[in-house]
Design a protein around this ligand. Sequence first.
Ligand code: M6R
Length: 606
Amino acid sequence: MCGIIGYIGDRDISSVLLVGLERLSYRGYDSSGIAVISSNELSIWKKAGKIQELSRILSGMTIHSNIGIGHTRWATHGVPNDINSHPHLDSSKKFCIVHNGIIENYLELKNELINDGVLFRSQTDTEVISHLISKYYTDSVEEAFQKTIQRLKGSFALSLISEYLPDQILFVRKGSPLIVGLGKNENFISSDINAILNHTKEVIYLEDGHYGSLSQTSLTVFSEKGKKVTPKISSINWNPEDSEKQPYDHYMLKEIHEQPHVVRKIISKYVSNDNKINFTHLNGLDLSNISRFIIQACGTSWHAGLIGKYLIEQYANVVAEVDISSEFRYRRMISHGNDVVLAISQSGETADTLAGIHEAKSHFFPVLSFVNVKNSTIDRESDGVVYSHSGQEIGVASTKNFTAQLTSIYLFSIFLARVKNVMTPEEADKHLNELKKIPEYIENILNQAEKFKKLADKYYLSNQILFIGRGMNYPSSLEGALKLKEISYIHATGYAAGELKHGPIALIDSKLPVVCIAPDTSTYDKMLSNIQEVKSRKGKTIIIATEGNKEIKQYADDIIYIPKTTEDLTPLLVSIPLQLFSYYVALNLDCDVDQPRNLAKSVTVE
Ligand code: M6R
Protein backbone atom coordinates (compact mmCIF):
# COMPACT_ATOMS: atom_id res chain seq x y z
CA MET A 1 0.00 0.00 0.00
CA CYS A 2 1.14 3.56 -0.64
CA GLY A 3 3.19 4.43 -3.67
CA ILE A 4 6.58 6.08 -3.76
CA ILE A 5 8.14 7.85 -6.71
CA GLY A 6 11.41 9.75 -6.91
CA TYR A 7 13.12 11.46 -9.83
CA ILE A 8 16.46 13.05 -10.44
CA GLY A 9 17.09 14.44 -13.93
CA ASP A 10 16.24 17.16 -16.40
CA ARG A 11 12.62 16.39 -17.29
CA ASP A 12 9.73 18.48 -16.04
CA ILE A 13 9.73 17.30 -12.43
CA SER A 14 6.10 17.91 -11.57
CA SER A 15 4.91 16.00 -14.60
CA VAL A 16 7.20 13.00 -13.91
CA LEU A 17 6.08 12.90 -10.29
CA LEU A 18 2.37 13.46 -10.93
CA VAL A 19 2.11 10.99 -13.80
CA GLY A 20 4.08 8.50 -11.70
CA LEU A 21 1.73 9.00 -8.77
CA GLU A 22 -1.30 8.61 -11.00
CA ARG A 23 0.07 5.25 -12.12
CA LEU A 24 0.81 4.23 -8.56
CA SER A 25 -2.53 5.38 -7.26
CA TYR A 26 -3.96 1.85 -7.34
CA ARG A 27 -1.66 1.27 -4.34
CA GLY A 28 -3.58 3.83 -2.29
CA TYR A 29 -5.49 6.99 -3.03
CA ASP A 30 -6.34 8.68 0.28
CA SER A 31 -3.96 11.59 -0.29
CA SER A 32 -0.85 12.50 -2.24
CA GLY A 33 2.07 14.86 -2.17
CA ILE A 34 5.37 15.83 -3.73
CA ALA A 35 8.54 17.54 -2.54
CA VAL A 36 11.35 19.05 -4.61
CA ILE A 37 14.58 20.90 -3.98
CA SER A 38 15.09 24.02 -6.02
CA SER A 39 17.78 26.65 -5.44
CA ASN A 40 18.82 24.55 -2.48
CA GLU A 41 15.44 24.89 -0.83
CA LEU A 42 12.86 22.20 -0.07
CA SER A 43 9.27 22.81 -1.18
CA ILE A 44 6.32 20.55 -0.46
CA TRP A 45 2.78 20.32 -1.81
CA LYS A 46 0.38 17.75 -0.38
CA LYS A 47 -3.34 17.26 -0.34
CA ALA A 48 -5.97 14.84 0.96
CA GLY A 49 -8.04 13.07 -1.69
CA LYS A 50 -7.12 11.66 -5.07
CA ILE A 51 -4.14 12.79 -7.17
CA GLN A 52 -6.44 15.21 -9.04
CA GLU A 53 -6.65 17.29 -5.84
CA LEU A 54 -2.88 17.62 -5.79
CA SER A 55 -2.77 18.35 -9.53
CA ARG A 56 -5.31 21.11 -8.96
CA ILE A 57 -3.11 22.95 -6.46
CA LEU A 58 -0.10 22.54 -8.75
CA SER A 59 -1.83 23.61 -11.95
CA GLY A 60 -0.40 26.70 -13.55
CA MET A 61 2.79 26.45 -11.50
CA THR A 62 6.19 25.93 -13.06
CA ILE A 63 8.52 24.10 -10.77
CA HIS A 64 12.21 24.44 -11.55
CA SER A 65 13.96 21.50 -9.97
CA ASN A 66 15.76 18.37 -10.97
CA ILE A 67 15.22 16.33 -7.82
CA GLY A 68 11.98 15.35 -6.16
CA ILE A 69 9.97 12.65 -4.42
CA GLY A 70 6.26 11.90 -4.35
CA HIS A 71 3.80 9.72 -2.49
CA THR A 72 0.28 8.40 -2.76
CA ARG A 73 -1.13 7.25 0.55
CA TRP A 74 -3.31 4.49 1.91
CA ALA A 75 -3.85 5.68 5.46
CA THR A 76 -2.72 3.46 8.32
CA HIS A 77 -1.79 5.87 11.15
CA GLY A 78 -3.94 8.99 11.18
CA VAL A 79 -6.93 10.00 9.09
CA PRO A 80 -6.47 10.96 5.45
CA ASN A 81 -6.03 14.73 5.77
CA ASP A 82 -3.52 17.25 4.41
CA ILE A 83 -1.28 17.14 7.49
CA ASN A 84 -1.01 13.36 7.58
CA SER A 85 -0.20 13.26 3.86
CA HIS A 86 3.36 12.55 2.83
CA PRO A 87 6.07 13.88 2.38
CA HIS A 88 6.95 14.52 6.03
CA LEU A 89 9.56 16.94 7.32
CA ASP A 90 11.63 17.18 10.49
CA SER A 91 11.36 20.31 12.67
CA SER A 92 14.28 22.07 10.93
CA LYS A 93 12.55 21.38 7.57
CA LYS A 94 15.78 20.04 6.09
CA PHE A 95 14.91 16.33 5.79
CA CYS A 96 11.96 15.17 3.76
CA ILE A 97 10.63 11.62 3.76
CA VAL A 98 8.13 9.51 1.87
CA HIS A 99 7.30 6.12 3.33
CA ASN A 100 5.43 2.96 2.41
CA GLY A 101 4.77 0.38 5.15
CA ILE A 102 4.44 0.51 8.91
CA ILE A 103 6.98 1.48 11.57
CA GLU A 104 5.99 -0.90 14.33
CA ASN A 105 8.08 0.72 17.07
CA TYR A 106 7.00 4.27 16.20
CA LEU A 107 5.36 4.93 19.57
CA GLU A 108 8.54 4.11 21.45
CA LEU A 109 10.54 6.31 19.04
CA LYS A 110 7.96 9.08 19.21
CA ASN A 111 8.11 9.15 23.02
CA GLU A 112 11.90 9.29 22.88
CA LEU A 113 11.75 12.21 20.44
CA ILE A 114 9.06 14.01 22.46
CA ASN A 115 11.35 13.70 25.49
CA ASP A 116 14.05 15.33 23.34
CA GLY A 117 11.66 18.24 22.82
CA VAL A 118 10.46 17.41 19.31
CA LEU A 119 6.99 18.69 18.37
CA PHE A 120 5.00 16.37 16.12
CA ARG A 121 2.65 17.76 13.55
CA SER A 122 0.98 14.64 12.20
CA GLN A 123 -0.53 11.45 13.60
CA THR A 124 1.58 9.28 11.28
CA ASP A 125 4.21 6.73 12.15
CA THR A 126 6.30 8.20 9.31
CA GLU A 127 7.05 11.50 10.99
CA VAL A 128 9.36 9.80 13.52
CA ILE A 129 11.71 8.99 10.64
CA SER A 130 12.38 12.56 9.55
CA HIS A 131 12.88 13.66 13.19
CA LEU A 132 15.24 10.75 13.86
CA ILE A 133 17.35 11.64 10.84
CA SER A 134 17.53 15.19 12.11
CA LYS A 135 18.54 13.91 15.55
CA TYR A 136 21.38 11.83 14.12
CA TYR A 137 22.59 14.41 11.64
CA THR A 138 25.96 15.98 12.33
CA ASP A 139 27.63 16.40 8.97
CA SER A 140 26.59 13.39 6.86
CA VAL A 141 23.01 12.79 5.71
CA GLU A 142 23.97 9.29 4.60
CA GLU A 143 25.20 8.40 8.09
CA ALA A 144 22.13 9.88 9.76
CA PHE A 145 19.91 7.95 7.36
CA GLN A 146 21.78 4.73 8.05
CA LYS A 147 21.59 5.18 11.82
CA THR A 148 17.89 5.90 11.53
CA ILE A 149 17.00 2.83 9.51
CA GLN A 150 18.82 0.66 12.02
CA ARG A 151 16.36 1.86 14.66
CA LEU A 152 13.22 1.17 12.66
CA LYS A 153 11.19 -2.00 13.17
CA GLY A 154 8.45 -3.10 10.81
CA SER A 155 8.20 -3.14 7.06
CA PHE A 156 9.03 -0.09 5.05
CA ALA A 157 10.32 1.46 1.88
CA LEU A 158 11.64 5.00 2.22
CA SER A 159 12.97 7.80 0.09
CA LEU A 160 14.63 10.90 1.45
CA ILE A 161 15.70 14.21 0.02
CA SER A 162 17.52 16.86 2.01
CA GLU A 163 18.76 20.39 1.52
CA TYR A 164 22.07 19.14 2.95
CA LEU A 165 22.43 16.68 0.07
CA PRO A 166 20.61 18.42 -2.78
CA ASP A 167 21.79 16.16 -5.58
CA GLN A 168 20.88 12.75 -4.17
CA ILE A 169 17.88 10.65 -3.22
CA LEU A 170 18.52 8.21 -0.38
CA PHE A 171 16.42 5.08 -0.17
CA VAL A 172 15.92 1.82 1.67
CA ARG A 173 13.78 -1.21 1.04
CA LYS A 174 12.83 -3.39 4.01
CA GLY A 175 9.76 -5.57 3.62
CA SER A 176 8.00 -3.15 1.22
CA PRO A 177 8.80 -3.08 -2.48
CA LEU A 178 11.05 -0.49 -4.07
CA ILE A 179 12.80 -0.41 -7.42
CA VAL A 180 15.35 1.84 -9.09
CA GLY A 181 14.84 2.87 -12.72
CA LEU A 182 17.96 3.69 -14.68
CA GLY A 183 17.93 6.31 -17.42
CA LYS A 184 20.43 8.29 -19.45
CA ASN A 185 21.49 11.20 -17.27
CA GLU A 186 18.44 10.60 -15.10
CA ASN A 187 17.32 8.06 -12.52
CA PHE A 188 14.12 7.05 -10.80
CA ILE A 189 12.97 5.37 -7.64
CA SER A 190 9.53 3.81 -7.46
CA SER A 191 7.32 1.32 -5.67
CA ASP A 192 6.83 -0.50 -8.95
CA ILE A 193 7.53 -0.28 -12.64
CA ASN A 194 4.15 1.20 -13.64
CA ALA A 195 5.21 4.65 -12.56
CA ILE A 196 8.37 4.78 -14.66
CA LEU A 197 7.71 2.49 -17.57
CA ASN A 198 7.16 5.49 -19.87
CA HIS A 199 10.71 6.64 -19.23
CA THR A 200 12.87 3.55 -18.85
CA LYS A 201 12.76 -0.21 -19.10
CA GLU A 202 16.02 -0.81 -17.20
CA VAL A 203 15.26 -1.49 -13.56
CA ILE A 204 16.80 -2.85 -10.40
CA TYR A 205 14.58 -4.76 -8.01
CA LEU A 206 16.17 -3.86 -4.69
CA GLU A 207 16.78 -6.78 -2.35
CA ASP A 208 15.28 -6.75 1.10
CA GLY A 209 17.34 -4.68 3.53
CA HIS A 210 19.27 -2.94 0.75
CA TYR A 211 19.73 0.80 0.96
CA GLY A 212 21.69 3.41 -0.92
CA SER A 213 21.77 6.64 -2.84
CA LEU A 214 20.86 7.80 -6.30
CA SER A 215 22.24 10.76 -8.17
CA GLN A 216 21.52 11.90 -11.71
CA THR A 217 24.30 9.69 -13.07
CA SER A 218 25.11 7.15 -10.40
CA LEU A 219 23.68 4.59 -8.03
CA THR A 220 25.24 3.15 -4.88
CA VAL A 221 23.64 0.20 -3.11
CA PHE A 222 24.59 -1.44 0.19
CA SER A 223 23.39 -4.70 1.68
CA GLU A 224 21.66 -4.72 5.07
CA LYS A 225 25.06 -5.42 6.63
CA GLY A 226 26.53 -2.32 5.01
CA LYS A 227 28.52 -4.07 2.26
CA LYS A 228 28.60 -2.36 -1.11
CA VAL A 229 26.81 -4.53 -3.69
CA THR A 230 26.46 -4.56 -7.45
CA PRO A 231 22.75 -4.87 -8.15
CA LYS A 232 21.36 -6.86 -11.06
CA ILE A 233 19.76 -4.83 -13.84
CA SER A 234 16.60 -6.28 -15.40
CA SER A 235 15.03 -5.24 -18.70
CA ILE A 236 11.26 -4.97 -18.67
CA ASN A 237 9.22 -5.91 -21.71
CA TRP A 238 5.86 -4.55 -20.54
CA ASN A 239 4.06 -2.29 -22.89
CA PRO A 240 3.03 1.04 -21.30
CA GLU A 241 -0.15 0.88 -23.41
CA ASP A 242 -1.26 -2.03 -21.22
CA SER A 243 -1.79 0.61 -18.56
CA GLU A 244 -4.37 2.51 -20.66
CA LYS A 245 -8.07 1.80 -20.26
CA GLN A 246 -9.28 2.94 -23.70
CA PRO A 247 -11.75 2.26 -25.21
CA TYR A 248 -13.41 1.16 -21.96
CA ASP A 249 -14.79 3.52 -19.33
CA HIS A 250 -13.05 1.66 -16.54
CA TYR A 251 -10.07 -0.60 -16.09
CA MET A 252 -12.38 -3.13 -14.48
CA LEU A 253 -14.52 -3.38 -17.60
CA LYS A 254 -11.43 -3.57 -19.80
CA GLU A 255 -10.01 -6.33 -17.63
CA ILE A 256 -13.29 -8.27 -17.62
CA HIS A 257 -13.22 -8.17 -21.43
CA GLU A 258 -9.62 -9.34 -21.57
CA GLN A 259 -10.48 -12.69 -20.01
CA PRO A 260 -10.88 -14.78 -23.18
CA HIS A 261 -7.46 -13.54 -24.30
CA VAL A 262 -5.95 -14.31 -20.88
CA VAL A 263 -7.19 -17.91 -20.89
CA ARG A 264 -5.86 -18.43 -24.42
CA LYS A 265 -2.53 -16.93 -23.43
CA ILE A 266 -2.13 -19.21 -20.41
CA ILE A 267 -2.97 -22.28 -22.48
CA SER A 268 -0.42 -21.25 -25.09
CA LYS A 269 2.22 -20.67 -22.40
CA TYR A 270 1.80 -24.01 -20.65
CA VAL A 271 0.26 -26.49 -23.10
CA SER A 272 2.03 -27.74 -26.22
CA ASN A 273 0.22 -28.59 -29.45
CA ASP A 274 0.20 -32.25 -28.48
CA ASN A 275 -1.36 -31.41 -25.08
CA LYS A 276 1.77 -31.77 -22.95
CA ILE A 277 1.74 -29.44 -19.93
CA ASN A 278 5.01 -27.88 -18.96
CA PHE A 279 5.79 -25.44 -16.14
CA THR A 280 9.23 -23.97 -16.56
CA HIS A 281 9.72 -22.27 -13.19
CA LEU A 282 9.15 -25.12 -10.76
CA ASN A 283 12.91 -25.06 -10.25
CA GLY A 284 13.29 -28.74 -9.48
CA LEU A 285 10.51 -28.91 -6.85
CA ASP A 286 9.82 -32.62 -6.47
CA LEU A 287 6.07 -33.05 -6.79
CA SER A 288 5.98 -36.81 -7.35
CA ASN A 289 5.89 -37.75 -3.65
CA ILE A 290 3.96 -34.82 -2.38
CA SER A 291 1.36 -35.77 0.22
CA ARG A 292 -0.23 -32.44 1.12
CA PHE A 293 -0.58 -28.88 -0.16
CA ILE A 294 -1.22 -26.10 2.29
CA ILE A 295 -2.69 -23.31 0.20
CA GLN A 296 -2.54 -19.81 1.67
CA ALA A 297 -3.73 -16.55 0.11
CA CYS A 298 -5.94 -13.50 0.71
CA GLY A 299 -9.17 -12.16 -0.79
CA THR A 300 -9.88 -13.23 -4.33
CA SER A 301 -6.68 -15.27 -4.42
CA TRP A 302 -7.94 -17.20 -1.41
CA HIS A 303 -11.14 -17.95 -3.33
CA ALA A 304 -9.02 -19.25 -6.21
CA GLY A 305 -7.22 -21.41 -3.63
CA LEU A 306 -10.53 -22.83 -2.37
CA ILE A 307 -11.41 -23.88 -5.91
CA GLY A 308 -7.83 -25.15 -6.33
CA LYS A 309 -8.38 -27.49 -3.38
CA TYR A 310 -11.21 -29.24 -5.22
CA LEU A 311 -9.13 -29.57 -8.39
CA ILE A 312 -5.94 -30.80 -6.74
CA GLU A 313 -7.76 -33.33 -4.58
CA GLN A 314 -9.97 -34.56 -7.38
CA TYR A 315 -7.39 -34.83 -10.15
CA ALA A 316 -4.14 -35.53 -8.35
CA ASN A 317 -5.48 -37.32 -5.29
CA VAL A 318 -3.39 -35.10 -3.01
CA VAL A 319 -4.80 -33.55 0.15
CA ALA A 320 -5.07 -29.77 -0.06
CA GLU A 321 -5.83 -27.52 2.90
CA VAL A 322 -6.66 -23.87 2.36
CA ASP A 323 -6.06 -21.06 4.77
CA ILE A 324 -6.37 -17.29 4.78
CA SER A 325 -2.79 -16.02 5.01
CA SER A 326 -3.44 -13.71 7.96
CA GLU A 327 -4.62 -16.80 9.90
CA PHE A 328 -2.10 -19.24 8.49
CA ARG A 329 0.92 -17.14 9.48
CA TYR A 330 0.02 -17.35 13.18
CA ARG A 331 -0.97 -20.99 13.23
CA ARG A 332 1.25 -23.78 14.48
CA MET A 333 2.81 -25.40 11.45
CA ILE A 334 2.85 -29.16 11.60
CA SER A 335 4.80 -30.90 8.91
CA HIS A 336 3.84 -34.37 7.74
CA GLY A 337 6.92 -34.73 5.58
CA ASN A 338 6.30 -34.19 1.84
CA ASP A 339 4.18 -31.06 2.28
CA VAL A 340 4.33 -28.03 0.02
CA VAL A 341 3.01 -24.59 0.93
CA LEU A 342 1.25 -23.11 -2.05
CA ALA A 343 0.86 -19.32 -2.03
CA ILE A 344 -1.43 -17.50 -4.45
CA SER A 345 -1.10 -13.79 -5.16
CA GLN A 346 -1.77 -11.45 -8.05
CA SER A 347 0.53 -8.68 -6.90
CA GLY A 348 3.17 -10.90 -5.33
CA GLU A 349 3.47 -8.26 -2.60
CA THR A 350 0.62 -9.04 -0.20
CA ALA A 351 2.13 -8.70 3.27
CA ASP A 352 0.19 -11.53 4.93
CA THR A 353 0.85 -13.99 2.10
CA LEU A 354 4.51 -13.06 2.14
CA ALA A 355 4.66 -13.50 5.91
CA GLY A 356 3.01 -16.92 5.44
CA ILE A 357 5.82 -17.81 3.05
CA HIS A 358 8.45 -16.65 5.55
CA GLU A 359 6.83 -18.74 8.31
CA ALA A 360 6.61 -21.75 6.03
CA LYS A 361 10.24 -21.43 5.02
CA SER A 362 11.36 -21.09 8.61
CA HIS A 363 9.70 -24.47 9.19
CA PHE A 364 11.45 -25.88 6.11
CA PHE A 365 8.36 -26.23 3.94
CA PRO A 366 9.09 -25.82 0.23
CA VAL A 367 7.02 -22.98 -1.24
CA LEU A 368 5.34 -22.98 -4.61
CA SER A 369 3.63 -19.74 -5.61
CA PHE A 370 1.07 -18.79 -8.22
CA VAL A 371 1.95 -15.17 -8.97
CA ASN A 372 1.02 -12.67 -11.64
CA VAL A 373 3.65 -9.96 -11.19
CA LYS A 374 7.06 -11.19 -12.26
CA ASN A 375 9.98 -10.16 -10.05
CA SER A 376 7.60 -9.33 -7.22
CA THR A 377 8.77 -10.28 -3.75
CA ILE A 378 6.71 -13.47 -3.62
CA ASP A 379 8.03 -14.46 -7.03
CA ARG A 380 11.60 -13.99 -5.87
CA GLU A 381 11.19 -15.64 -2.48
CA SER A 382 9.40 -18.80 -3.60
CA ASP A 383 11.13 -22.06 -4.47
CA GLY A 384 8.97 -22.60 -7.52
CA VAL A 385 6.59 -20.32 -9.38
CA VAL A 386 3.65 -20.64 -11.76
CA TYR A 387 2.93 -17.31 -13.45
CA SER A 388 -0.70 -16.32 -13.99
CA HIS A 389 0.12 -14.36 -17.17
CA SER A 390 -2.91 -12.10 -16.86
CA GLY A 391 -0.95 -8.94 -17.69
CA GLN A 392 -1.24 -5.79 -15.68
CA GLU A 393 -4.40 -5.67 -13.56
CA ILE A 394 -5.15 -2.10 -12.50
CA GLY A 395 -8.76 -2.18 -11.30
CA VAL A 396 -8.67 -2.74 -7.56
CA ALA A 397 -11.27 -5.49 -7.87
CA SER A 398 -9.55 -8.54 -9.23
CA THR A 399 -11.27 -10.00 -12.31
CA LYS A 400 -9.03 -11.27 -15.09
CA ASN A 401 -6.42 -12.42 -12.65
CA PHE A 402 -8.96 -14.59 -10.82
CA THR A 403 -9.71 -16.27 -14.14
CA ALA A 404 -5.98 -16.58 -14.79
CA GLN A 405 -5.41 -18.13 -11.37
CA LEU A 406 -8.22 -20.64 -11.93
CA THR A 407 -6.87 -21.54 -15.37
CA SER A 408 -3.33 -22.06 -14.17
CA ILE A 409 -4.43 -24.06 -11.12
CA TYR A 410 -6.60 -26.20 -13.39
CA LEU A 411 -3.57 -26.90 -15.61
CA PHE A 412 -1.36 -27.49 -12.60
CA SER A 413 -3.79 -30.05 -11.16
CA ILE A 414 -3.81 -32.01 -14.42
CA PHE A 415 -0.01 -31.73 -14.61
CA LEU A 416 0.30 -33.04 -11.04
CA ALA A 417 -2.10 -35.89 -11.75
CA ARG A 418 0.05 -36.89 -14.69
CA VAL A 419 3.29 -36.61 -12.65
CA LYS A 420 1.73 -38.85 -10.02
CA ASN A 421 0.37 -41.14 -12.68
CA VAL A 422 -3.19 -40.98 -11.41
CA MET A 423 -4.66 -39.62 -14.65
CA THR A 424 -4.35 -41.21 -18.07
CA PRO A 425 -3.16 -39.13 -21.04
CA GLU A 426 -6.64 -39.61 -22.56
CA GLU A 427 -8.34 -38.16 -19.50
CA ALA A 428 -5.89 -35.26 -19.48
CA ASP A 429 -6.64 -34.64 -23.16
CA LYS A 430 -10.36 -34.51 -22.41
CA HIS A 431 -9.86 -31.92 -19.67
CA LEU A 432 -7.54 -29.83 -21.82
CA ASN A 433 -9.80 -29.93 -24.85
CA GLU A 434 -12.68 -28.69 -22.72
CA LEU A 435 -10.52 -25.89 -21.31
CA LYS A 436 -9.69 -24.76 -24.84
CA LYS A 437 -13.39 -24.02 -25.43
CA ILE A 438 -13.61 -21.70 -22.41
CA PRO A 439 -12.42 -18.46 -24.13
CA GLU A 440 -15.23 -18.73 -26.65
CA TYR A 441 -17.75 -19.45 -23.90
CA ILE A 442 -16.57 -16.37 -22.01
CA GLU A 443 -16.96 -14.27 -25.18
CA ASN A 444 -20.49 -15.57 -25.46
CA ILE A 445 -21.28 -14.32 -21.91
CA LEU A 446 -19.53 -10.98 -22.49
CA ASN A 447 -21.75 -10.41 -25.51
CA GLN A 448 -24.79 -10.31 -23.24
CA ALA A 449 -23.83 -7.06 -21.49
CA GLU A 450 -27.34 -5.63 -21.91
CA LYS A 451 -28.78 -8.41 -19.77
CA PHE A 452 -26.44 -7.61 -16.91
CA LYS A 453 -27.22 -3.91 -17.14
CA LYS A 454 -30.95 -4.70 -16.84
CA LEU A 455 -30.33 -6.99 -13.90
CA ALA A 456 -28.29 -4.28 -12.19
CA ASP A 457 -31.07 -1.73 -12.84
CA LYS A 458 -33.50 -4.02 -11.08
CA TYR A 459 -31.39 -4.78 -7.99
CA TYR A 460 -28.99 -1.90 -7.40
CA LEU A 461 -31.08 -0.39 -4.63
CA SER A 462 -31.01 -3.56 -2.53
CA ASN A 463 -29.61 -3.21 0.97
CA GLN A 464 -27.99 -6.59 0.85
CA ILE A 465 -27.59 -9.55 -1.48
CA LEU A 466 -26.92 -13.18 -0.63
CA PHE A 467 -24.87 -15.47 -2.89
CA ILE A 468 -25.16 -19.24 -2.58
CA GLY A 469 -23.44 -22.13 -4.31
CA ARG A 470 -22.24 -25.67 -3.71
CA GLY A 471 -19.07 -27.63 -4.31
CA MET A 472 -16.63 -25.70 -6.49
CA ASN A 473 -19.18 -22.94 -6.81
CA TYR A 474 -19.35 -22.33 -3.09
CA PRO A 475 -16.07 -20.34 -3.48
CA SER A 476 -17.70 -18.73 -6.55
CA SER A 477 -20.43 -17.44 -4.23
CA LEU A 478 -17.77 -15.97 -1.91
CA GLU A 479 -16.09 -14.30 -4.87
CA GLY A 480 -19.40 -12.96 -6.23
CA ALA A 481 -20.19 -11.42 -2.84
CA LEU A 482 -16.70 -9.95 -2.47
CA LYS A 483 -16.87 -8.36 -5.92
CA LEU A 484 -20.22 -6.76 -5.18
CA LYS A 485 -19.39 -5.40 -1.75
CA GLU A 486 -15.96 -4.04 -2.63
CA ILE A 487 -17.12 -1.96 -5.57
CA SER A 488 -20.76 -1.13 -4.79
CA TYR A 489 -20.63 -1.07 -0.94
CA ILE A 490 -23.79 -3.18 -0.86
CA HIS A 491 -23.54 -5.72 1.91
CA ALA A 492 -23.15 -9.16 0.37
CA THR A 493 -22.34 -12.58 1.77
CA GLY A 494 -21.44 -15.82 0.10
CA TYR A 495 -22.66 -19.07 1.61
CA ALA A 496 -22.42 -22.77 0.96
CA ALA A 497 -26.04 -23.38 0.00
CA GLY A 498 -26.25 -26.38 2.34
CA GLU A 499 -25.51 -24.06 5.26
CA LEU A 500 -28.56 -21.87 4.57
CA LYS A 501 -30.80 -23.67 6.99
CA HIS A 502 -28.18 -23.41 9.73
CA GLY A 503 -28.72 -19.71 10.14
CA PRO A 504 -28.69 -17.40 7.11
CA ILE A 505 -32.13 -18.56 5.97
CA ALA A 506 -33.44 -16.24 8.71
CA LEU A 507 -32.39 -13.33 6.48
CA ILE A 508 -34.68 -14.30 3.65
CA ASP A 509 -37.78 -12.24 2.99
CA SER A 510 -39.41 -10.72 -0.08
CA LYS A 511 -36.81 -7.96 -0.21
CA LEU A 512 -33.70 -10.13 -0.25
CA PRO A 513 -32.17 -10.96 -3.65
CA VAL A 514 -30.36 -14.30 -3.57
CA VAL A 515 -27.89 -15.09 -6.34
CA CYS A 516 -28.11 -18.87 -6.73
CA ILE A 517 -25.21 -20.44 -8.61
CA ALA A 518 -26.70 -23.59 -10.06
CA PRO A 519 -24.99 -24.83 -13.22
CA ASP A 520 -25.20 -28.50 -14.19
CA THR A 521 -22.90 -30.18 -11.68
CA SER A 522 -23.00 -33.18 -9.38
CA THR A 523 -24.70 -31.07 -6.69
CA TYR A 524 -27.31 -29.56 -9.01
CA ASP A 525 -30.25 -31.46 -7.45
CA LYS A 526 -29.20 -30.36 -3.95
CA MET A 527 -28.88 -26.81 -5.19
CA LEU A 528 -32.36 -26.99 -6.65
CA SER A 529 -33.73 -27.91 -3.20
CA ASN A 530 -31.88 -24.96 -1.67
CA ILE A 531 -33.34 -22.64 -4.30
CA GLN A 532 -36.80 -23.86 -3.41
CA GLU A 533 -36.10 -23.15 0.24
CA VAL A 534 -35.34 -19.57 -0.78
CA LYS A 535 -38.39 -19.30 -3.02
CA SER A 536 -40.79 -20.62 -0.43
CA ARG A 537 -39.64 -17.86 1.90
CA LYS A 538 -40.31 -15.29 -0.84
CA GLY A 539 -36.65 -14.51 -1.52
CA LYS A 540 -35.91 -13.03 -4.95
CA THR A 541 -33.86 -15.57 -6.90
CA ILE A 542 -31.28 -14.61 -9.51
CA ILE A 543 -30.22 -17.98 -10.86
CA ILE A 544 -27.09 -18.78 -12.84
CA ALA A 545 -27.78 -22.01 -14.73
CA THR A 546 -26.52 -24.01 -17.66
CA GLU A 547 -27.85 -23.17 -21.11
CA GLY A 548 -30.76 -25.42 -22.03
CA ASN A 549 -31.96 -25.93 -18.45
CA LYS A 550 -35.66 -25.05 -18.73
CA GLU A 551 -36.70 -26.81 -15.54
CA ILE A 552 -35.00 -24.31 -13.26
CA LYS A 553 -36.67 -21.27 -14.85
CA GLN A 554 -39.84 -21.73 -12.81
CA TYR A 555 -37.89 -20.98 -9.61
CA ALA A 556 -36.14 -17.92 -10.98
CA ASP A 557 -37.10 -14.28 -10.69
CA ASP A 558 -34.23 -13.72 -13.07
CA ILE A 559 -32.08 -16.20 -14.89
CA ILE A 560 -28.63 -16.03 -16.45
CA TYR A 561 -27.47 -18.85 -18.66
CA ILE A 562 -23.86 -19.89 -19.09
CA PRO A 563 -22.63 -22.29 -21.78
CA LYS A 564 -22.45 -25.98 -20.89
CA THR A 565 -19.06 -27.17 -19.71
CA THR A 566 -17.66 -29.76 -17.33
CA GLU A 567 -18.29 -29.27 -13.62
CA ASP A 568 -14.66 -28.39 -12.89
CA LEU A 569 -14.69 -25.52 -15.33
CA THR A 570 -17.98 -23.97 -14.22
CA PRO A 571 -16.28 -21.50 -11.79
CA LEU A 572 -14.49 -19.97 -14.78
CA LEU A 573 -17.77 -19.21 -16.50
CA VAL A 574 -19.82 -18.37 -13.42
CA SER A 575 -17.45 -15.62 -12.38
CA ILE A 576 -18.09 -13.56 -15.54
CA PRO A 577 -21.80 -12.76 -14.90
CA LEU A 578 -20.95 -12.11 -11.26
CA GLN A 579 -18.27 -9.58 -12.25
CA LEU A 580 -20.52 -7.84 -14.78
CA PHE A 581 -23.46 -7.71 -12.38
CA SER A 582 -21.27 -6.06 -9.71
CA TYR A 583 -19.80 -3.67 -12.25
CA TYR A 584 -23.17 -2.37 -13.46
CA VAL A 585 -24.62 -2.20 -9.94
CA ALA A 586 -21.64 -0.08 -8.85
CA LEU A 587 -22.02 2.09 -11.94
CA ASN A 588 -25.70 2.71 -11.14
CA LEU A 589 -24.73 3.73 -7.64
CA ASP A 590 -22.11 6.14 -8.97
CA CYS A 591 -19.31 4.36 -7.15
CA ASP A 592 -15.68 4.67 -8.10
CA VAL A 593 -15.41 1.24 -9.72
CA ASP A 594 -11.64 1.19 -10.23
CA GLN A 595 -10.67 2.76 -6.94
CA PRO A 596 -13.29 1.85 -4.35
CA ARG A 597 -13.15 3.65 -1.04
CA ASN A 598 -10.77 2.43 1.69
CA LEU A 599 -9.08 -0.11 -0.57
CA ALA A 600 -5.77 -0.47 -2.36
CA LYS A 601 -4.74 -2.91 -5.03
CA SER A 602 -1.66 -4.17 -3.32
CA VAL A 603 -1.97 -4.78 0.42
CA THR A 604 1.61 -4.48 1.60
CA VAL A 605 0.84 -3.87 5.27
CA GLU A 606 -0.44 -6.39 7.75
O1 M6R B 1 -2.31 -9.46 -4.82
P1 M6R B 1 -3.05 -10.53 -4.10
O2 M6R B 1 -3.70 -11.51 -5.00
O3 M6R B 1 -2.20 -11.22 -3.07
O4 M6R B 1 -4.19 -9.77 -3.32
C1 M6R B 1 -5.06 -10.43 -2.45
C2 M6R B 1 -6.26 -9.58 -2.13
O5 M6R B 1 -5.86 -8.40 -1.50
C3 M6R B 1 -7.08 -9.24 -3.37
O6 M6R B 1 -7.49 -10.39 -4.05
C4 M6R B 1 -8.33 -8.42 -2.98
O7 M6R B 1 -9.19 -9.22 -2.24
C5 M6R B 1 -9.03 -7.85 -4.22
N1 M6R B 1 -9.46 -6.52 -3.95
C6 M6R B 1 -10.23 -8.62 -4.60
O8 M6R B 1 -10.90 -8.09 -5.69
